[in-house]
Design a protein around this ligand. Sequence first.
Ligand code: C5P
Length: 230
Amino acid sequence: VRYPVICIDGPSGAGKGTVTWRLAQALGYQLLDSGALYRIVGLKAFEAGLITADASKVIDEMAVLQLTQSLDIAFVPNNESGRVDIIVNDEAVGEQVRNETIGGYASQVAVYPKVRNALLTLQQDMATRSGLVADGRDMGTVVFPNADVKVFLTASAEARAKRRVTQLMEAGQVADFEEILTTIKARDDRDENRTTAPSKPADDALVLDSSMLDANAVYEQIKKHCQNQG
Ligand code: C5P
């Protein structure tokens, strides 16, 4: 049996998380949060002293690879947060991996082909048990090139930074627009310009710009696209 795969790729803050969760719920599919894999590896690499926050340290790719191979990662849907909980070596990793600092660590380790390759089977295996909605940067281009539906969901860096500011302020945190914008652009730049599996739309992807759309409109458009693709 071959199960259906829906790929939602694009930069951070374009609204992938919300739409992938809603699609997975509506269709009864599993959800692959591939960014969480790179976040875990990034966090562990930082803890092991293999990378630094300012990305100044030259990464020992073999050491990061070994670390990646030592991790047993699983996802459990959490209806309260509307995201998957991440379990690493039988221990729950809290929501703190979702912050921008860890996002930066993730994009540092995500540059390395050996690291990406070590995470490949784990991701592809998730499509062997049920339908899958996969959230990432290279779902449609590298991990699931034969996927049934591919969407590249993007938005201007300014729109994404604005959303982030709103989110942080709603959570009672301080947020500086310019600082967030700079961080977002730096991460985009690293993700789009790396040699291996750069963030870009697959040739057969629907490219959707969410700058002027709310989460509901994004969901409806992608749902319609899925229906049209059969
Ligand atoms: O999607 P998220 O913001 O959680 O991803 C964190 C980082 O992990 C990205 O900025 C990117 O560097 C990396 N990533 C990747 N390939 C994916 C998903 C995430 O390289 N499929």
